[in-house]
Write a protein that binds this ligand. Sequence first.
Ligand code: AHG
Ligand code: MN
Ligand code: MN
Length: 330
Amino acid sequence: MESSLTLPIGTTLDRFIMRGQEEFPGATGELSQLLRDLALAAKVVHREVNRAGLAGITGAFGAQNIQGEEQMKLDVAANIRFIRALAKGGEVCAVISEEEENMILTGNHHAKYVVAIDPLDGSSNIDIDGPIGTIFSVYRRLSSPGSEPTREDLLQPGRKQVIAGYILYGSSTMLVYTAGKGVHGFTYEQSLGEFFLSHPMASLPADGKIYSCNEGVSNTFPAKVNEYLSLCKERGYSSRYFGALVADFHRSLLVGGVYLYPATAKAPKGKLRLMLECNALAMIAEQSGGKASDGTQNILDIQPLDFHQRVPFYIGSKKMVDEIESMHRS
Ligand code: AHG
Ligand code: MN
Ligand code: MN
C-alpha cells in the first residue's frame, strides 16, 4: 500500500543535528543544543507572527532602537524570545542584537559560544503580511570560559562563524543553516511542531537573471552600481524586491540572482549591519557556492570594529557579485 499514509515522514532538524554530531568525534553536543534553542525560539516567533493581527501585536512599539529606527511590537517580542532561549539554553555567554545597544551577558560565563542576531528582519513587512525573518551568527568566544565575556569575543570577522543561519517566516516557515559543511534548509510542519529537512545541500546557482534592490533610491547609488543595473536591464533581467533581506536572499539561494544594498545618500556607509545581517548570509552564500562582497572585498574578511557597523552589501550568484566587484574596481 503506497499512499501518503505509509510514506516516510522525513528527517527532523533534531535527528539531522544528531547525525551531524556523529561526524565530529569529540563534539560535546553544545552546538547542537544551541541550534535547538534557536529552533525553539523560531517556533514561538512563528506562532506570534502567524496570529499577529489577532493578538494585537502588529504596529509600532512606541520606542526607537539604538539606530533611531522605530521598533515594531514584533521586533521587541522576537528580541526577547531569542535572547531568553539562548540564555536559558546555557551554551551561550553573550549575545549582541540589532535591538540592543550593548552586549548582553547571559550569566553563563562558562559557556563557549557567543551569538549575533537580527531577531526580526524586514520589520516594515509585519503589518502588510509580507515575509520577514531572523538572522543569526554563532562564534566561539576568544576569552577563556569561566571569565567575563569581552567585546572582542564578538568582534570577529565572519570567516570565524561556526554556525550561521536564518529563519524565513514566509508562505512557509523555513530554517536554513550552515555549520561549515554545506547549507541545509528545513521547512516547519506546524501540525507536528517540527522542522523537517526539505533542502539538503542547497546550491546557490552560479549565475542568475534577477536583481534585487530598492530602485527608488537608485539616483543616489554609486555610478558604477547604476551602470550594473543598466546592464541588467539591457540583458532583460527581472527586478524583485521584498524589502526583507532574508526573503530576498532566500530567493537567490533557490533560483539565483543578486541582492544589492550600496551606499546611498541616506545611508552613506550602506544600510545593512555587518555583524547582525551580512556575515551570516555571507557564510551561507559561500557554503552554497555564492558570494558576498562590500564591492571591494569579501564580507567574511572584514574585521568588525563596532557591533552595529554598516557596510555596502552585494550578495548572491557568484558570477553576478564578481561582475559588480570588477565594475567597482574599474
Ligand atoms: P530590519 O527590519 O531588521 O531593520 O532590516 C530591514 C533591512 C533589510 O531587511 C531590507 O532588505 C532593507 O532593510 C530594506 O531597506 P529599504 O526600505 O531602504 O529598501
Ligand atoms: Mn534586518
Ligand atoms: Mn531587525
